[in-house]
Design a protein around this ligand. Sequence first.
Ligand code: S0N
Length: 271
Amino acid sequence: MRNWTTIKQYEDILFERLGGIAKITINRPKVYNAFRPQTNMEMLDAMAYCRECPEIGVVILTGAGDKAFCSGGDQNVKGTGGYIDSNGVPRLNVLDLHKAIRSIPKPVIAMVNGYAIGGGNVLQVVCDLTIASENARFGQTGPKVGSFDAGFGSSYLARCVGQKKAREIWFLCRQYTAQEAEEMGMVNKVVPFDRLEDETVEWCETILKRSPMAIRMIKRALNAELDGQRGLMEFAGDATLLYYLMDEAQEGKNAFLEKRDPDFGKFPKFP
Ligand code: S0N
């Protein structure tokens, strides 16, 4: 057992860290870690913390217990127009979580400890990497239970497993074993359940030894291809960040503050 420290208390999730690793655990085992609007709001809050905290370099997303990673939207609160939260407002705010996972410039690893079904499967698909235990089961249920995800749950799934397989997953709503999920490219690695956390932490520790800027740029590049103008904007934003780190950009600012013409001539003009 590792000594995780609680970062913040929530009702639906656990939020902990171990050095540079943050772990967000959906903690609703009675409903197989299905999410309600509040669950997503809490995960968004935790993701915002992970983004802002300079010591955190990688985020693990998992579910409590040994039955489920996440079984998608909580069917008990599914109403007309979305999942109904405590003030009666229908929401589909898991989509905001998908955007946060894509956008955070740090790797997010799904640690799949059981069923990843419906919106739960979409959640692991959206993560940068997936490590699953042998008991994990994957699948979409939308066309069976009256929902669908035409966002990353379709387009990015197809990038991972191919168009034909993605159509099979959505049209037939079957379940797939962890091994099948690995073979089709939806999972990076499958390990015995009692190895799951150790294996995931080892992957995190390896990532933490790598260059954070290089990781950030490669995540942006891999996202940009699918994310259109938004992906390009985030990639471009990081190009600006790199430029701001250069003496050349400092010269422009310094010249303005010193009320003189900038001397950009001294900077190299690379081929
Ligand atoms: C996970 C399954 C396969 C497990 O089956 P098993 O082992 O037979 O256990 P059960 O007895 O069925 O379940 C155990 C207990 O857990 C409760 N429960 C399970 N899943 C849910 C759930 N999603 N909501 C509420 N409760 C759940 C059971 O009721 C049971 O409780 P008790 O013991 O009290 O009876 C099996 O449980 C299963 O198939 N679950 C349902 C999976 C599902 O269909 N999920 C919803 C799919 N839809 C979405 O997720 C939509 C998501 C969404 O919001 C969205 C919207 C727009 C764009 C994108 C998305 C998106 O997809 O992300």
